[in-house]
Design a protein around this ligand. Sequence first.
Ligand SMILES: [Zn+2]
Length: 279
Amino acid sequence: MPSTPYMKLYIGDYLGDTSHLTTLQHGAYLLLIMAYWQKGGCVRNADAMLRQCTRTTPEEWEACREVVLEFFEEREGFLYHKRIDKELQKRELISNKSKDSAAARWSERNANAMRTQCERNATPIVHSPDNIINNISDDANAMRTHKHEYGAEKNVLLTDGQYSKLLADLGEPMLLACVEELSTAKAMKGYKYKRDDLAIRKWVVDAIKKKGGPLNQEPEKPRYSNDIQPVLCPVCGNNETPNYQKRCRKCGFFLDPSWLNDPGLIAEYADGLKASADA
Ligand SMILES: [Zn+2]
């Protein structure tokens, strides 16, 4: 998979780590970093190849080799750069996530468009300004009344408007807990409601409060493997058992100590998600 055309360069960190390099060595190191980024991962530790990446003559490479390769870790003939690997992984997660949501938006929009098209085909349309305005507001109505599926069982149905009102009134941890509670109750007991948002307001909130609030609930038992335990996602607050790749089921954050103990990474991931949601 081709990586994104740009990468972050933390100038302060870079200059701090490389104060002992000559200008030639800087050039070689930066070109090697760029080759790494474009390849999307490790490069082979072979002089001919590294010279090609760094555009150096044998003599120049000889003068760079040792200091530059100190920034990499060699494993089985390949060079790895921890920090860039982390950035690459982050990019990949965020781009998968935005691809998923873009695909979801697309199919939803197409479904709406097709439905509206069928309705239009049923009656001849006169293209007066009034009709055009009516059609636009039909689409807007369809968007407003379209219900999205929430909860582990995907059986809690809420429109965007209902969701955002609940979110404003209850706060995210309470809303997430309510959605899961209702999802389980509907699946287990076969409850049916015309308006799930009203069910949440009418009884689910009280049920969660009786349990001691959204943060005091029993963590779910791991569903897939005994060595994956529930982890509270620091990005979205989800506390389900991570999926088999140790990623958060809601936002895709990698729930591994290497990421969990890195506040900078957590903040950046949250920003990245927000940016791809806004896009
Ligand atoms: Zn998450």
